[in-house]
Write a protein that binds this ligand. Structure first.
Ligand code: ZN
Length: 297
C-alpha cells in the first residue's frame, strides 16, 4: 500500500502537475484499507455523502439533481434573494433538525471513543456527527443550527430565530411544509411560493442575519481552518468519508496529509478529485464501509 502511495506521489511530482496529475489506481478493498489504518491514529474528513443515508441529499453525488447552491454574494447583495432564501430555510431547517445519525456517523463516534479516531473535520452543516457522539468535531462550513449577525456578530440559535419568525409570519412553515418538499444539504427547502414571508433582522443592531454556514464564495474563518489542520496533523493517517473533494476547502487537507507522507484512505461512491493521492480508495457507501472498518480496526 505504502509503495503504491509513494509511486502515486512520485508520479505526481515527475509530471510537475501536483494534485492535477494523471490518476494512479490505488488499491480498492476493505482489507487494503484496514491494513493501512490499523495501529494508526486516524483523522477523519467527511462530506455530504456520509449524510445521504440520513435523508439529506448530496449536491454532487451520483444521480443528484443539478442545483446551484446560493453564493455569499447573492445573499449579502440582494434583499429579494435573501427573503427567498430565508423563506426556504424556515421550512428546510426543520427537516434537517429531524434527521438522525446513520451507521457511518455512529461507527466514527465509536472509533473516537476507542481512541482510533483522534478527531474529525466535516464539511457538513447537519450536526449529525455531534448527535452521533463524536466529540472532537471541526464544523468547517459551520452549522445549520446557528445564526450570526453580519452587523454586530451576535449569534443566536436557529430554534430561537424560528420562534421570532413564527411571531412575524404565523403558520408560514406549516403551510409550506409538505411531505415531499425538496431539501438541500444547507437546510434550504425548494419552495415555489415565498410571498408573504418577512425576514427577521438582528434584535440587537438591526443588521442582516445569516445562517452560520459558509457559502460558496465565502472564506472559512481562519481559526476553523487552523483547528482542522491540527486534527489532521495530530494523526498518522487520514480517512475521507463521503466527499468527492470537489471543493478546495476540504480537498486541501488531503493534499496536506499526502505531502506530509501520511497515508490517505478515501471511502466514496464515485470518483473524487484526490483519488490519485489515495493510498486506498473504496468505491462504497459510507454506512456499510465505515461499519465494516469499525469492526475490523
Ligand atoms: Zn446585530
Amino acid at each position: 500500500m505504502a509503495s503504491t502511495y509513494r509511486e502515486a506521489v512520485s508520479a505526481a511530482s515527475a509530471t510537475g502537475r501536483g494534485e492535477d496529475a494523471a490518476p494512479a489506481v490505488p488499491p480498492r478493498t476493505l482489507a487494503d484499507a484496514v491494513e493501512v489504518l490499523a495501529g494508526r491514529r486516524v483523522a477523519v474528513l467527511t462530506g455530504a455523502g456520509i449524510s445521504t443515508d440520513s435523508g439529506i441529499p448530496d449536491y454532487r453525488g451520483p444521480g443528484s439533481p443539478p442545483r446551484r447552491p446560493m453564493t455569499y454574494q447573492q445573499f449579502v447583495g440582494d434583499p429579494a434573494f435573501r427573503r427567498t432564501y430565508w423563506a426556504r430555510n424556515h421550512v428546510g431547517w426543520r427537516h434537517v433538525h429531524r434527521t438522525n445519525p446513520n451507521a457511518g456517523h455512529l461507527a466514527l463516534a465509536r472509533l473516537e471513543a476507542r481512541g482510533v479516531v483522534g478527531g474529525l473535520v466535516t464539511q457538513n452543516v447537519d450536526r449529525l456527527h455531534l448527535l452521533a457522539g463524536s466529540r472532537r468535531v471541526v464544523e468547517l462550513h459551520g452549522s445549520y443550527a446557528d445564526v450570526v449577525c453580519l452587523g454586530c456578530g451576535a449569534r443566536i440559535g436557529r430554534a430561537e430565530l424560528a420562534e421570532r419568525l413564527e411571531a412575524l409570519i404565523p403558520g408560514f412553515a406549516e403551510a409550506h411544509d409538505v411531505p415531499d418538499v425538496e431539501i438541500a444539504p444547507d437546510a434550504d427547502a425548494v419552495l415555489s411560493a415565498t410571498a408573504g414571508f418577512v425576514v427577521a433582522d438582528c434584535a440587537r443592531c438591526g443588521g442582516v442575519l445569516k445562517p452560520d454556514i459558509t457559502y460558496f464564495g465565502e472564506q472559512v474563518p481562519r481559526e476553523r481552518v487552523a483547528a482542522a489542520y491540527a486534527v489532521v496533523d495530530e494523526a498518522e493517517a487520514l480517512l475521507v468519508a463521503g466527499s468527492s473533494l470537489t471543493v478546495l476547502s476540504g480537498r486541501r487537507f488531503v493534499t496536506h496529509a499526502a505531502r506530509a507522507g501520511r497515508p490517505v484512505v478515501i471511502v466514496n461512491r464515485g470518483a473524487t478529485r484526490s483519488d490519485h493521492l489515495a493510498t486506498v480508495k473504496l468505491d462504497a457507501g459510507t454506512s456499510e464501509a465505515l461499519a465494516a472498518l469499525e469492526a475490523a480496526l
